[in-house]
Design a protein around this ligand. Structure first.
Ligand code: GRF
Length: 202
C-alpha cells in the first residue's frame, strides 16, 4: 500500500461484458489495491459493464458516438466526465473504439489497455482465434499504455498462457481471461503504489 492519503482514482471504459471491470472493482473493494473505481463509461447502451457499475454504486455514464456530432465532441464529453470525477488513471477494458487525440492528449501516459495476446503478436479483433490459426504454443495477455494505433504502445506487463492441442477459441479465451482478471488489478495496484509511474501529482 502507498503512503498517500487518497486512493488512486480510476475510470474504466468498457463496451461490453465488463468482467475485467469486475475484477478491478473487486480488488478495490477488498482493499487489496489502493485504488477506487470512481467512474465507468460505456459507448454501448446495453453493456453489462454499466449494470456492474450501478450494482456497486459507481457512477455509470453512457456516451454513444452516434449522439455526438463529431469524434472530437464525443471524446470532449468523455474528458469532461473524467475531469468531473477527478480521474487519474483510465483503464480500457473491452472498449471497442480507437481512442482519438482529444482523450489521448487529456490523459497522456495515463490510459492503459488490456489485450488478449502477447503483443505485438495478434493485435486487433479475435486475438485468440488468430493465435489458434497461427499454431502458436503460447499466447497470453498484455497490459500497455495506449497510443494512436490499435493495441499499440509501451508494454507494462504480460502473462503467457499455454495453447493446448485441443483448444477451441472458447477454451483458450477462458484460460487467458483468468490471467487477465489477475493481471489487471495487479497493474492498477502497482500504479497506485507508484511502482509504475504515471506522473501522479503528490
Ligand atoms: C478481454 O479479453 C480484453 O482483453 C479485451 O476484450 C475483452 C473484454 O472482456 N480487450 P470483458 O468485457 O472485460 O469481460
Amino acid at each position: 500500500m502507498s503512503q498517500r492519503s487518497e486512493r488512486l482514482r480510476v475510470a474504466v471504459l468498457a463496451s461490453g461484458r465488463g468482467s475485467n471491470l469486475q475484477a478491478i472493482i473487486d480488488a478495490c473493494e477488498a482493499k487489496t489495491i489502493d485504488a477506487t473505481v470512481c467512474l465507468v463509461v460505456s459507448d454501448q447502451p446495453h453493456a453489462t459493464a454499466l449494470e456492474r457499475a450501478r450494482r456497486h454504486h459507481i457512477p455509470a455514464v453512457l456516451r454513444e458516438r452516434s449522439t455526438s456530432p463529431t469524434q472530437h465532441a464525443f471524446e470532449a464529453a468523455i474528458v469532461e466526465d473524467l475531469k468531473k470525477h477527478r480521474v487519474e488513471l483510465v483503464c480500457l477494458a473491452g472498449y471497442m473504439r480507437l481512442v482519438g487525440n482529444v482523450l489521448l492528449h487529456a490523459y497522456d501516459n495515463r490510459i492503459i489497455n488490456i489485450h488478449p495476446s502477447l503483443l505485438p503478436a495478434f493485435p486487433g479483433l479475435k486475438a485468440q482465434q488468430q493465435a489458434l490459426e497461427a499454431g502458436v504454443k503460447k499466447t497470453g495477455c498484455t497490459i500497455h499504455f495506449i497510443d494512436d494505433k490499435i493495441d499499440h504502445g509501451p508494454i507494462i506487463r504480460q502473462v503467457s498462457v499455454a495453447v493446448h492441442a485441443d483448444d477451441t477459441v472458447e477454451s483458450l479465451s477462458q484460460r487467458i481471461l483468468r490471467e487477465e482478471h489477475r493481471l489487471y488489478p495487479e497493474v492498477v495496484g502497482l500504479i497506485a503504489q507508484g511502482t509504475i509511474n504515471i506522473g501522479r501529482k503528490k
